[in-house]
Design a protein around this ligand. Sequence first.
Ligand code: MLT
Length: 245
Amino acid sequence: MKIFFYHTPELTPVQNVADCAIAIDVLRATSTIVTALSVGAEAVQVFSDLDKLMQESESWAPEKRLRAGERGGAKVAGCDLGNSPLDCTSELMHDRRLFMTTTNGTRALEIIQASPSVLAAALINRRAVVDYVVSHRPETVWIVGAGWEGSFALEDTVCAGAIAHSLIADLNCTLEDIAGNDELTGAVALYDQWKDDLLGLLHHASHGKRLLRLDCQDDLKYCAQTDVLDVLPIQREIGVLVKNG
Ligand code: MLT
């Protein structure tokens, strides 16, 4: 198995696909997707384009849908929700489809959607992602960070490192055995450095600071937790993620 990490959707190759592709947006799109599915959302359908989301969701009965829209960390006018995982209650989500667009995370999912196996990962469901990879043993794995508008993000990189760190332990191999590129080695080093203070790292992250300015400190606390939800979002059809199993 070779694992490649790409810091942003923009840096992800477009000419071929991986056997298994994993999108990460710790702050906060993939944390929100995991949470929505954990409390009973029927599925999460992702869009990079707001107009397409509005068009597609229009054909769903209002009581069967929710629209989540975020730009720049803030809620988009006309949507039911922004992008806080803490808004995902079972009363709200139960049996509804969440139509979602965010600044970067939904683009990361879009860029890998042609892969035979597409997963959404965050720190909160790291263990579920690792278990899937260990049991399916794909030959090539791409991990794609959402980043921020084309730039590197600490929180996505540390999560890629956390996934690789657990895979190395579970597969009983070395970093050298599985690292497909230098970015993965860097991600593992970042995780090694910060694994005991992930919340502290999120406070250093530029998007973490942006969310703090928007008064979202509880979101940072929630998203910094590791392995708290045994939920794996997996793509069932293009752009539609459901709970695996
Ligand atoms: C994104 O896609 O960039 C985000 O998830 C931003 C956020 O809502 O925190």
